[in-house]
Design a protein around this ligand. Structure first.
Ligand code: COI
Length: 356
């Protein structure tokens, strides 16, 4: 149902979604850039509020060379997914209000104006509907939705930009890692740190991601899937991987690094914690040491893009540690429950999904 269209904020645009499915091979989706039909754009100045949005044809945007985002990295991003319902009657978003609130918290940290939760969800719905022919059939993947909030006004000295843009684009995606649903191999980097106390590790600022590229690129050259970062003070507690949160399983206890300022509070992380508790596991959000990690039965990663990815090995100081993977694991059980809710295959008792 297109309830979003009755929302009081006008969405001026010419979005006409073609009823025909996009001409792509749904069996070959990875996590790459696929340009779709429309993007949602909203602008405002620092002392104002975001008001009306527009659906524009997807394409390049023009920025001043002195835009705040280009010079000082004043920008945030989000990530969420829309799944096609099994009977093809609509689409399901997963906890979009969590992304909206996280963007609000990030905006406060990065001195930017932000949208209301209602505005954010309305914009996401409009973007999905305008690009609906790009939503993969159920079982083939999802439409990944990428909201951005950036300082576009000119600055020269370090200061908040005078003007801001909120933009959403979307792309059809399958699995994030090249391994597909197969277990991944991680390596611990004890020299490069992702975040420091008092920094911005707990907000989804664009500037948290490029610093991981060096470690990630080196790891990939050596055949690893991604990198695990340790805390920057003691250099012995787990933080997260370049693109996702981390969990370990030992017996029926599931542990994950507590979000104490340096860890991104993932929506999938939060959901897996809730699901695990519902299914009778003990869940501990705490400092997770290297010893805990190396001694675990199972390790898995979570994230919107990654979903729940089983880890088969972790290499630390050239030593490889292996973990249980496969259909009989806690990881697989949690993956099955989460994705069944996201795709609307089981009753959504928690009201996590939002239908479009
Ligand atoms: C997501 O999981 O949605 C993210 O934003 C992580 C990104 C590195 C793909």
């Amino acid at each position: 149902s297109r309830s979003a269209s009755s929302f009081h904020q006008p969405c001026v645009g010419t979005a006409r979604s073609n009823e025909e499915n996009a001409d792509i091979n749904w069996d070959d989706l990875g996590f790459g850039h696929v340009p779709t039909d429309y993007m949602y754009v909203m602008r405002c100045s620092r002392d104002d509020k975001f008001s009306s949005g527009v659906l524009n044809r997807y394409g390049n945007i023009e920025l001043s060379p002195s835009a705040g985002v280009l010079n000082y990295g004043q920008g945030l991003f989000e990530g969420l997914k829309a799944y096609q319902k099994q009977d093809g009657s609509g689409f399901l978003l997963f906890r979009p209000e969590e992304n909206a609130r996280r963007m609000q918290r990030g905006a406060e940290r990065m001195c930017m104006p932000s949208l209301s939760v209602v505005q954010f969800i309305h914009a996401v719905k409009e973007t999905v509907l305008a690009n609906k022919r790009w939503v993969p059939p159920q079982g083939k993947g999802s439409l990944y939705i990428r909201p951005l909030l950036i300082g576009i006004g000119p600055v020269l000295g370090l200061a908040p930009a005078p003007d801001y843009m909120f933009l959403i684009y979307a792309a059809p995606v399958g699995t994030y890692f090249k391994e597909g649903l197969a277990p991944i191999n991680l390596v611990i980097d004890d020299k490069i740190h992702r975040a420091t106390p008092g920094g911005t590790g707990d907000v989804k600022t664009i500037s948290n991601y490029a610093p991981a590229l060096k470690a990630q690129t080196e790891a990939k050259t050596k055949g690893f899937t991604d990198v695990i970062y340790l805390d920057s003070i003691n250099k012995k507690y787990l933080e997260e991987a370049s693109s996702c949160n981390l969990f370990i399983v030992k017996g029926d206890v599931i542990s994950t690094p507590a979000t104490m300022g340096t860890i991104l509070p993932g929506v999938t992380r939060k959901s897996i914690i809730e699901i695990a508790i519902d299914y009778g596991f003990r869940v501990e959000e705490r400092l997770v040491s290297l010893e805990d990690l190396l001694d675990a039965d199972e390790v898995f990663c979570t994230g919107t893009a990654v979903v729940v990815a089983p880890v088969s090995s972790i290499t630390y100081q050239d030593q490889r540690y292996e973990y249980k993977t496969g259909t009989e694991t806690v990881t697989q059980k949690l993956y099955n429950i989460l994705t069944a809710i996201q795709m609307g295959l089981v009753e959504d008792r928690k009201n996590w999904t939002v239908e479009i």
